[in-house]
Each structure stands twice: as C-alpha cells, then as structure tokens.
Design a protein around this ligand. Structure first.
Ligand SMILES: NC(=O)c1ccc[n+]([C@@H]2O[C@H](COP(=O)([O-])OP(=O)(O)OC[C@H]3O[C@@H](n4cnc5c(N)ncnc54)[C@H](OP(=O)(O)O)[C@@H]3O)[C@@H](O)[C@H]2O)c1
Length: 286
C-alpha cells in the first residue's frame, strides 16, 4: 500500500518537482519511526509506525536529490535512526541531516538556528511539527497549561523568530508551516462538530498557536514569508497511542501539497486539511 502511494505521488507531482528543487527544509519533531525488523523491508512496510514529522520527511525526501531535509530532533541518535529507517523503506533522494533542537529551550533553539546558518547557509522551509499533549485528569491544571502552552505556543513561535532572519536573508521562497489541529478550531467546537476533548489544554494551545501565527503574518518584515497552518487529521501515532484512524503519510499530504504549489496561487493564509476522498486542501474554520 505504501509503495502504491509513493508511485502515485511521484506521478501526480512530476510537473511540480522543479519547484521544490534545491530547497533546504527543516522539519522539527521528525524522529519518530518504528519498525519491528529493520532488515526485512517487506515486513517493515506492513508494520511501520511513523510520527507525522517523519511522514512529512518521507514525502519530501523522495522528490529531488538537490534538496536538503534537516530533521530537527531532541535526541540526535533518534534522528540518525530515523534517517536509516527512511532509507530502508523508500528511495530517498534528498540529502538528509539532523540538527538537535528542543523547542522548550531557548538556548537549544538559538544553537540550532546558528548551526543551520553555519552548516547549510540557507533555509527555505520550516515545518513546526513538534508538540505535546498532557493528560489533565488528576494533574495540576496550572502546571499542565503552563507546560503545554510553553511548548506548543511559546516554543513554536520562538522557533519561528529564531529561524526567520535566516529564511528572510537566504530564501526567495520562504515558507513556514505550523502543524496545528482541528482541535483548535473554535467554530467546530462551538458548533459541536468535534467530540468533547479529553485534553482541553492541547486544543486551546493550537487555537493560540494559530492566533500568534496570524500576528507573525501581519508583520512588515515577514511580508515575503508564506505562512500556513495545517490540520493533519486524526493519525495513528504515539500521540494518541496509535488509536488514530488515519495513516500518518495521509496526514502529511496536506503539508506536501502546500509546499509544492506555486507561492502566488492566491491561496489565503489559513488552517488547511485533507480529509476523505478529496485530495485538495480545504479550509478548516478558525
Ligand atoms: N496524531 C494526530 O492525530 C494529530 C492530530 C492533529 C494534529 N497533530 C499534530 O501533529 C504533530 C505531530 O504529531 P504526532 O502525532 O506525530 O506526535 P508524536 O508521534 O508524539 O511526535 C511528536 C514529535 O514532536 C517531538 N517533540 C515533542 N516535544 C518536542 C520538543 N520540545 N522539542 C523538539 N521536539 C519535540 C517528539 O520528539 P521526542 O521523540 O523527543 O518526544 C516527536 O518527534 C503535532 O504538532 C500534533 O499536535 C497530530
């Protein structure tokens, strides 16, 4: 099934490949991938588990040998293992590298921005995929909100601030994708279109991330940077103990679509999702 997806992807995107070519892309929170038997590709394809970050890297890594994709990970070894896993399961073309980054630590974020500037000299795309959710039952609610907002809002926005100077200096096609969530859609919550949340702080943090991102968009110095938010949908990952209904590769499709399309195609800044049979991104209401 994954092989089919890969070839379908290559064919449908044939004419847009050049648009990506030569880009340097940083995907933060891209280390999660697990296969029971790394030596047996056949078995891996059947039992592979990917986080959405690594699924995004998988989609982008097969496009062009001129691209560089940097996996932003808290633990470098896990990032290197993730690269090995990708090389075992698909025909990676892009140059793959790892940078250590913990978005909860300003020192770590600044060090990562410095390393990318010095080593890679440029950054075209930043995908902020890292996030946490903490169970609220029996926990200190102030503590939970403090941690979740520090990571999912403060951590992501300070990461944007740290990498934006490099992107503005070095890219003619700078794009930032915030991996948000339909759980942060106030309209869907108000209209009862989402089941009640088990972890309210998580959805609230994604609504706040959308709000803070829209303020970045309005800044004059960011006028040449494209910002988009995405909702990957309910994917089968560690995040929900693999209870999600969607393959993470399908969740990653919306990111790939937004990155491959022309930057001046008139798409407004919004939160986008791909659900059901329609493979075109649709707006999620705020
Ligand atoms: N799964 C879903 O159904 C779903 C639905 C809607 C939105 N999303 C969003 O999709 C994104 C990815 O979710 P996922 O399901 O793939 O989750 P996941 O499997 O738990 O992966 C989360 C990734 O973020 C990294 N991370 C967490 N905190 C970090 C930090 N402080 N610094 C750097 N990296 C950090 C984790 O690294 P470690 O291994 O070091 O922990 C991991 O690589 C998240 O933004 C999530 O909110 C997911």
């Amino acid at each position: 099934m994954q092989i089919e997806k890969k070839y379908k992807y290559v064919i449908t995107n044939y004419f847009t490949l050049n648009r990506m070519s030569g880009k340097t892309i940083l995907v933060i929170g891209a280390n999660k991938g697990w296969a029971p038997t790394p030596w047996a590709t056949f078995i891996i394809l059947r039992q592979l588990t990917l986080g959405i970050g690594l699924a995004i890297v998988q989609r982008l890594a097969v496009i062009s040998s001129k691209d560089t994709i940097i996996l932003g990970c808290r633990d470098k070894e896990k990032g290197l293992d993730a690269i090995q896993l990708l090389r075992a399961i698909c025909n990676t073309k892009a140059h793959l590298d790892v940078v250590c980054i913990d978005i909860e630590s300003e020192a770590s974020v600044q060090a990562a921005a410095k390393e990318v500037r010095e080593k890679h000299k440029r950054l075209d795309v930043l995908v902020n995929n890292a996030a946490i959710a903490l169970l609220e039952k029996d926990a200190d609610i102030r503590d939970v909100y403090g941690k979740v907002f520090a990571s999912n809002v403060g951590g992501v926005i300070s990461t944007c601030e740290a990498f934006l100077p490099l992107m503005r200096d070095t890219s003619a096609d700078a794009r930032i994708i915030q991996v948000s969530s339909a759980r942060g859609s106030l309209t869907r919550i108000a209209e009862g279109k989402m089941p009640p949340a088990r972890v309210v702080s998580y959805g609230a943090s994604k609504a706040a991330l959308n709000c803070a991102t829209l303020e970045l968009v309005r800044r004059e110095e960011n006028r040449n940077v494209l910002f988009q938010m995405v909702s990957p949908g309910h994917c089968r990952t560690d995040f929900n103990n693999n209870t999600g209904k969607k393959d993470p590769l399908d969740g990653a499709l919306v990111v790939e679509k937004l990155l491959l399309e022309e930057r001046d195609n008139g798409r407004p800044c919004g939160m986008w999702e791909i659900e059901g049979d329609n493979t075109e991104p649709q707006l999620v209401p705020w």
